[in-house]
Design a protein. Structure first.
Length: 292
């Protein structure tokens, strides 16, 4: 039985990934801040605060795979919570890489962000250089920093960097983009559009994202792979879909800025990991449940 250590196990993707990993026969350990953290039944908690001193005595003496999903909840609060973001998004990555090297891990999987590409007119594939770190901002800069460090360990074990594009799904934090748009449409709040239709993106449902993440545990070489959904939608198309479902006419305001898209090329994802199938219109009932 393969043993895997997961961070961020109580988050949107983490919860779904842990369920799939257990179903596939993995022995799953999860680093959690408190024993009261809600985990999938069968996951073994490893109580340790990523922002505090590390006590590696509580960590498994051997794991085959590390799946690093955790990110700071304060990613929007710069500079007030810059230290927390550094410790969770960067320092914990270094510590986990060092731990993995010492215990003989075979694979290190890290969820970065599609945002490291910046914005552009065409879909971004994995060979396109990322934006210079000084232009990314604090959160995306932390992801880019971790990517750079992770690549240095590719001579010791496989390193898989996954770049998700706008993951959404039931139970998601309501401040994230897709549920925030649903609530804005439902509440009659104006949606600011760049250009006539707003930016275009291909959001991915958590079920598709999690299947891709778990499948990456089986890759036999290092890789960088986008994780995104099967359809490209403008911001207006997303909100119109929500409006039709809610029987509400969305309120739009135009911005003078030109729309700048953030679309992930998913050919590599489809060939190596998973073909995403869930469209935004397939999951509208989930947004209604979250709203309730």
């Amino acid at each position: 039985m393969k043993e895997i250590l997961v961070t961020g196990a109580s988050g949107l993707c983490g919860h779904s990934c842990c369920k799939l990993l257990l179903e596939k026969g993995y022995s799953v350990y999860a680093i959690v801040k408190s024993r009261t953290t809600q985990l999938v039944n069968g996951v073994k908690p490893v109580v340790m605060d990523l922002t505090d001193e590390w006590n590696e005595e509580v960590m498994p003496s051997k794991v085959d795979v590390i799946l690093h999903l955790a990110q700071s909840p304060y990613f929007r609060e710069f500079p007030q919570n810059a230290v927390n973001l550094f410790k969770v998004n960067i320092e914990s990555t270094i510590r986990l890489l060092d731990y993995g090297h010492r215990v003989g891990v075979k694979k290190f999987i890290f969820t970065s962000s599609g945002g490291v590409y910046g914005n552009g007119g065409q879909a971004f594939n994995e060979n396109i250089p990322i934006v210079p770190t000084g232009d990314l901002g604090h959160y995306l800069g932390s992801k880019a920093c971790s990517e750079i460090m992770i690549h240095n360990y590719a001579t010791f074990f496989d390193v898989i960097i996954l770049r998700p594009f706008f993951v959404y799904g039931p139970g998601q934090e309501q401040s994230m983009l897709i549920p925030r748009l649903f609530r804005s449409v439902g509440g009659g709040k104006p949606i600011i559009l760049q250009g006539s239709s707003g930016i275009r993106l291909n959001p991915v449902h958590v079920n598709d994202a999690s299947r891709a993440i778990v499948q990456s545990c089986l890759l036999e070489e290092s890789a960088v792979i986008n994780i995104a959904g099967p359809e490209v939608l403008s911001m207006k198309a997303i909100c119109d879909t929500f409006g039709d479902f809610l029987d509400i006419e969305p309120v739009y305001e135009s911005s003078s800025e030109n729309s700048s898209n953030l679309i992930g090329d998913i050919e590599l994802m489809k060939s190596l990991l998973h073909v995403p199938l869930i469209r935004l219109s397939d999951s509208l009932g989930e947004f209604a449940l979250d709203k309730a």
